[in-house]
Design a protein around this ligand. Sequence first.
Ligand code: SAH
Length: 240
Amino acid sequence: MSNINNAITFNYIGHVLSPFKEKFAIPRQPGLVSAAQGKVVLTGDANNADLVKELSQFSHIWLLFVFHGTQTQGWKPLVRPPRLGGNKKIGVLATRSTFRPNPIGMSVVKLLSIEVKNQQVILHISGLDLLDKTPIVDIKPYVPYSDALPDAQAGFAQAPPAINLSVVFSDSAQLALKEFSEKWPELAPLIEQVLAQDPRPAYKQGKNDEKIYGMTLYDLNIEWQMQNLTSLLVTKISKI
Ligand code: SAH
């Protein structure tokens, strides 16, 4: 389906710089991959240090954003969440699917620091689940007394995904990690945490799998292969 009527126009206030250059292998929620570091670059009238004055009092912030990478694909009333194995359909508004009537996403991320350099405001963040260049429409402080509800019921999404694959690096991948660690100090934990979540399609889980997979992080191509049901080998890390 396409957009609903009664359009509201917003201006982006910034965009994200993220290690995740394609949708495949992005964590399915924020906070699952703490080693994912990125930036929010404020733009236009919002690129003004006044807007973020005292924001650094908060350890975490909400990012409201547009799912620009899937926006043109429209939406459906029923979707199949990966958490339900990808074969059960439920209402789109009962999920965090990207294919919603309005393609708006929300993520809580850690606010590491705020930098103003050559009149450019940059928020350094971690734990993101966002595609590179994601447009940001709003930023708000995370307020635990109201936003964190430890007793809340969350049905099929009560606990974080149970998947935790063990990740082993080949000799050549280890050499590459050394080579790139100066530029990207968090590269090893980033690869490990992303792959431990098992980014393969839900129907592959718990099955033998010979396929060689590839993903892009920063400007690196990373290849891996399952070794058994619970462990995988990173075979290759190379510049694109
Ligand atoms: N925390 C958000 C997003 C959850 S869905 C929310 O609850 O609203 C998470 C998935 O969104 C990621 O796995 C990634 O595949 C996808 N994603 C992230 N940024 C995106 C973007 N800009 N466009 C399209 N999809 C995106």
